[in-house]
Design a protein around this ligand. Structure first.
Ligand code: ADP
Length: 353
């Protein structure tokens, strides 16, 4: 099941299991695609009022009470197989802190069955590379963190890493419409095991960096990119194909009022707000096919994802929600964002050279 671009961004909603799931407020319809949210009117003003306002969001799928394996099958597999064919791909998790983004992307590393989309994607990439003996593959990994509009190389500590260089890190445009991050280390990877070690090292660096700077790691965006090159061995079909598979854990989307409003917390929230708002604007502009007016360069996140949100790309968004009654405002805001994302149309192009 290869996902060929040319269709919309696929958007699925996943709810974190909780003993207090607000069934009376969040309703998954039997079509497996629609989620209805009911909210008590005036609940924010403290007025006791049992009248409900309702909203329905039709997405591409609901992941409620499903295993990590099923999530990978429905969200990740098609994008991974597409990337091996030369289509750029992006899987993104969006939602408030605590809603299950990291669980969805990385999973519980101590429990094999609970590993998330990233380790499963890496496993599938190397399984396919082994199977496809008629192609020569070359795979590299990079791991980028964006914190307060600063780019951080999460794999800079890997032995033999050349370091950032005099110009510092920056997103740069390439001929042909692609982007790359200058100064971000690219690591050749020959096996799943090596890839998982790099993932682990990057995650440790994210945590260590967060402690060192006294920052909360859920306040940064993380992009693990698998860079794939393949060359067919058959002379009659000697194509060279490249692609990028971006696996993105976005910073918590909760709004400013709830996260506090002072000092570093305020600064972080403002940067996150700005990048998520430009991500949305970029997506709306893509949906309207106003590609010339897409504000990619406004934030590091949208700029780094420029070639992953439009054009030659499969994009899947998982909207993670924390379905407790106290979180209903955030759930609504996540689902509104998710339904706007669903409008983006993609143009299919394979990266042939
Ligand atoms: P986020 O990255 O959105 O801040 P996390 O992924 O860290 O949220 O999830 C918060 C907590 O909930 C973690 O302890 C995680 O293991 C747990 N959790 C989230 N989603 C699930 C799920 N689908 N099944 C089991 N536990 C989950």
């Amino acid at each position: 099941m290869i996902a060929h671009p040319g269709s919309e961004v696929r958007v699925l909603v996943r709810s974190r299991p909780t003993a207090n799931f607000a069934q009376e407020l969040i309703e998954y319809l039997p079509d497996g695609q629609t989620v209805s949210v009911h909210q008590r009117k005036d609940s924010r003003k403290g007025v006791v009022n049992n009248q409900l306002s309702s909203w329905s969001f039709r997405l591409d799928g609901v992941l409620h009470d499903v295993s990590q394996e099923e999530v990978y099958g429905r969200v990740g597999r098609g994008v991974v197989l597409g990337a091996l064919e030369g289509y750029n791909g992006t899987v993104m998790c969006f939602g408030q802190t605590g809603a299950g983004k990291t669980y969805t992307m990385t999973g519980a590393t101590e429990n094999y069955k609970q590993r998330g989309i990233i380790p499963r994607a890496l496993q599938e990439v190397f399984h396919e590379v082994e199977q496809r003996s008629d192609h020569a593959f070359s795979v590299h990994l990079s791991f980028l963190e964006i914190y307060n509009e600063t780019l951080v190389d999460l794999l800079a500590s890997v032995r033999g890493c050349p370091g950032v260089g005099p110009g510092g890190m920056a997103v740069v445009e390439e001929a042909g419409g692609g982007v790359s991050v200058r100064g971000l280390s690219l690591h050749p990877v020959h096996s799943e095991e090596v890839a998982l070690n790099l993932l682990f090292e990057g995650e440790m660096n994210r945590i260590i960096g967060a402690h060192a700077l006294n920052k909360n790691s859920s306040r940064s965006h993380c992009i693990l990119t698998v860079h794939i090159e393949s060359r067919s061995h058959t002379l009659s079909d000697a194509k060279y194909v490249t692609s990028k598979l971006n696996l993105v854990d976005l910073a918590g989307s909760e709004r400013l009022g709830k996260t506090g409003s002072e000092g570093q917390v305020l600064k972080e929230a403002m940067y996150i707000n700005k990048s998520l708002s430009f991500l949305e604007q970029a997506i709306l502009a893509l949906a309207d096919r106003r590609r010339d007016h897409v504000p990619f360069r406004q934030t590091k996140l949208t700029h780094a994802l420029k070639d992953s949100l439009g054009g030659n790309c499969n994009t899947v968004l998982v909207a993670n929600i924390y379905g407790e009654a106290s979180q209903i405002e955030e759930t609504l805001s996540t689902l509104r964002f998710a339904s706007r994302m669903k409008c983006v149309q993609m143009d299919p192009v394979v990266n042939e050279h």
